[in-house]
Design a binder for this molecule. Structure first.
Ligand code: ADP
Ligand code: DP6
Ligand code: CO
Length: 353
């Protein structure tokens, strides 16, 4: 019986407040614009992944997601495996006494404790966890920046889940993608009273995947280039300033208009992509009502590529935001205020188990 090597990890989801939408290089997964997100606490939504390898495993690499075998032959998963193996091989070449893990088949077993492919960033937590688990298994000395470069190739948004707190993804200019990596704008402790509630409108798999949707937008939308080249670069600066200054009104306003802008380019895609539904639009109205009642902006909505709403607010406004949502939503079928937790640093995600 041969030995089995194993390592596990968890990774958080991140929800962008400046959205990534568009690839300038689909092969390397390089974006047409920079983006910025908040990493959510792993107490609620998280991926748990175990990576193992053994000379006794059947020759193919395998990935089991929520109990179902996945196709790992796709270029994006292959790129992650290849890059991580190459880093392990470097170590093995330097130190001949190390076991040759890079030559063994990999078995990945992953569980998401929240809806997969429903616009709640499962690909972000999923690929961050996959990359981190294999890096742990291979005992790589790679930094979160290095791992973000690899995770980006699995799913763009995944690069941001390697960091906690407020996280940017610099689009970069290098053709090989070497400078298209995530960076921490501020740790969670900088603005610790930030909260998010997630309204699960539908846990169903989205009709158009993020990958397909954004490529169709780039190819067909006439609004897209203004968003990528003018609007987003300006808002990236505003958003980083808002985070640095802990200016919630500015953070919230920019979050909402960027979500609207992203969904406008989806509608402007041909054929059009509808990620929001009537319930999503009702959530926008509730946020508007909350802000109108407060006389200032105390809540911000944002929607990824799906109908589920994420509402950001500050802890001191918990009653006025989360409380009101529960009242408003309680009356409607199809609403579930599923999770609401502090936004935290995800350093635990990076620990080897
Ligand atoms: P989402 O809005 O949930 O990120 P995407 O369309 O971007 O939806 O990506 C969904 C895909 O991400 C899934 O079909 C699957 O291929 C991949 N994925 C999700 N979770 C994991 C995971 N834990 N491990 C590996 N891949 C995952
Ligand atoms: C709307 O990272 O899922 O959530 O790189 O093709 O896997 P791929 O796409 P993905 O796209 C996320 C789009 C978004 C915005 C964001 O998270 O920035
Ligand atoms: Co995704």
């Amino acid at each position: 019986m041969s030995e089995i090597y194993r390592a596990s990890t968890t990774a958080p989801v991140n929800i962008a407040v400046i959205k990534y939408w568009g690839k300038r290089d689909p092969k390397l997964n390089l974006p047409t614009n920079s983006s910025l997100s908040v990493t959510l606490s792993q107490n609620d939504l998280r991926t748990h992944t175990t990576a193992s390898c053994s000379p006794s495993y059947p020759s193919e690499d395998t990935l089991l997601l929520n109990g179902s075998p996945q196709d790992v032959s796709g270029a994006r998963t292959q790129a992650c495996f290849r890059e991580l193996r190459a880093l392990r091989k470097e170590l093995e070449d330097k130190d001949g006494s190390l076991p040759k893990l890079s030559s063994y088949p990999l078995k990945i077993v992953s569980e998401n404790n929240f809806p997969t492919a429903a616009g709640l960033a499962s690909s972000a937590a999923g690929f961050a966890a996959l990359v981190r688990a294999i890096a742990n298994l291979y005992e790589l000395p790679a930094s979160p920046t290095d791992l973000s470069r690899i995770a980006r190739q699995g799913s763009g948004s995944a690069c941001r889940s390697l960091f906690g707190g407020y996280v940017g993804w610099e689009q970069g200019t290098a053709q090989d993608g070497s400078d298209s990596v995530a960076f921490q704008v501020a740790p969670a402790s900088h603005w610790p009273n930030m909260r998010a509630i997630i309204l699960v409108v539908s846990a169903a798999k989205k009709g158009v995947s993020s990958t397909t949707g954004m490529q169709t937008t780039v190819a067909t939308s006439s609004l897209f280039s203004a968003r990528a080249n003018e609007t987003v670069p300006r808002r990236m600066k505003e958003m980083q300033e808002a985070v640095q200054n802990k200016d919630f009104e500015s953070f919230a306003k920019t979050t909402m208009v960027d979500s609207n802008s992203f969904h406008a380019t989806c509608l402007d895609t041909y054929p059009p992509i509808f990620y929001l539904n009537d319930v999503s639009r009702a959530a926008i109205k509730v946020v508007e009502a909350i802000n109108a009642a407060a006389g200032k902006i105390i809540a911000a909505y944002t929607f990824d590529a799906g109908p589920n709403a994420v509402i950001y607010y500050l802890e001191e406004n918990e009653k006025d935001v989360a409380g009101l949502f529960k009242v408003a939503l309680g009356e409607k079928e199809g609403w579930a205020v599923q999770r609401g937790e502090a936004v935290q640093a995800n350093s635990a995600a990076l620990d080897k188990v």
